[in-house]
Ligand binder design. Structure first.
Ligand code: GLU
Length: 315
């Protein structure tokens, strides 16, 4: 990265500048517990591939992964079960539909979720995780995610988990339809429970940026001399994940984001964005006020700004 001081100043400037975008956004409330987030909160962090962390604003504020978890579940399941187990049940194509859409499951000839970054695909992947109950699977997921985020462990936000589990009628409909298509392994309720728990994993922007740096190293742990050498995910899983983040990571705003930022990223309705610039750095951002597509309004402005100003564009 350019000098640490210049990058810190840039990050501070972008975080400050993103506050206006945050004011124009809205906190998600369809999961009732998410509505308690402060819409004005904004924070971001960058971790270089050498493992150097820069942070600004509320980079240590806790929030739940929500759909950012899909970019972590994918390499987890690819490495645990193999690519064939995943992609025989889930496609690799963008939809242009909202994340929780059910319409193509029946209407298209594919007869499987279009990709692992939408709810339908993620529920299938949840059913493929090691373990037989949602609780066991989510505990395995949290252990895997903690290593990527450079933390000893990760916690579950019980309130958000319960709030989603109590209100997720659409996800229940999707999951039962997936069962009808023969795509859910084991019990539908356990696949859903694991999915709600994975979404309710508590993180912050600083540790998300470290996960982005691991992806930037094609699966190696960040550290001095361009990675510590410890492999946290297979190179292939990292490549596949980043490709699908590029085409499907920001809901039906993925194309526009790719035009502006040109790097793989994944957002979630908890307000997080995870992004990765190959061979350079990982970015994590937090801003729970969302744009109409469900992407963090502040996060988009920060990640796009960093990509533009640091020349991270990979395409
Ligand atoms: N748990 C959320 C849901 O399934 C995740 C949505 C998101 O972040 O896109 O509705």
């Amino acid at each position: 990265m350019s000098s640490g001081r210049a990058t810190q100043e840039l990050l501070d400037r972008l975080v400050e500048g993103a506050r206006a975008a945050a004011r124009a956004g809205r906190v998600a409330d369809y999961i009732p517990a998410l509505a308690r987030a402060r819409p004005e909160a904004v924070g971001a962090a960058i971790t270089s591939v050498e493992g150097e962390l820069l942070e600004s604003g509320e980079a240590r504020a806790g929030f739940t992964l929500q759909s950012v978890s899909k970019a972590i579940a994918l390499p987890y399941v690819i490495d645990a079960r193999g690519e064939e187990a995943v992609f025989s049940r889930v496609g690799k194509e963008p939809t242009g539909d909202p994340f929780n859409s059910i319409i193509r499951l029946e209407a298209s000839s594919l007869k499987k979720p279009y990709n692992p970054m939408i709810n339908a695909g993620a529920i299938v992947l949840s059913s493929l995780m090691p373990g037989s109950t949602g609780e066991e699977r989510a505990a395995g997921f949290r252990g895997y995610a903690a290593a990527l985020l450079g933390l000893p462990s990760l916690a579950l936000d019980e309130e958000v988990y319960r709030s989603e589990a109590a209100t997720a009628n659409k996800n229940r409909s999707i999951a039962w339809f997936l069962k009808e298509l023969g795509l859910v392994e084991g019990e539908v309720d356990e696949a859903l429970d694991g999915y709600f728990r994975q979404c309710a994993t508590l993180v912050d922007a600083a540790s998300l940026s470290r996960c982005g740096a691991c992806l930037a190293l094609d699966g190696l742990e960040p550290g001095s001399a361009g990675g510590s050498g410890r492999r946290l995910m297979s190179e292939r899983a990292a490549r596949v994940t980043k490709a699908l983040m590029c085409s499907c990571g920001l809901y039906d705003g993925s194309g526009a984001f790719c035009v502006e930022a040109g790097i793989p990223a994944k957002s979630g309705v908890g307000g997080g964005i995870l992004a990765s610039a190959r061979g350079r750095a990982g970015i994590g951002s937090y801003g729970p006020a969302l744009d109409p597509r469900g992407n963090s309004a502040a996060g988009l402005s920060i990640v796009e700004g960093l990509s533009r100003e640091l020349g991270l564009f990979a395409l």
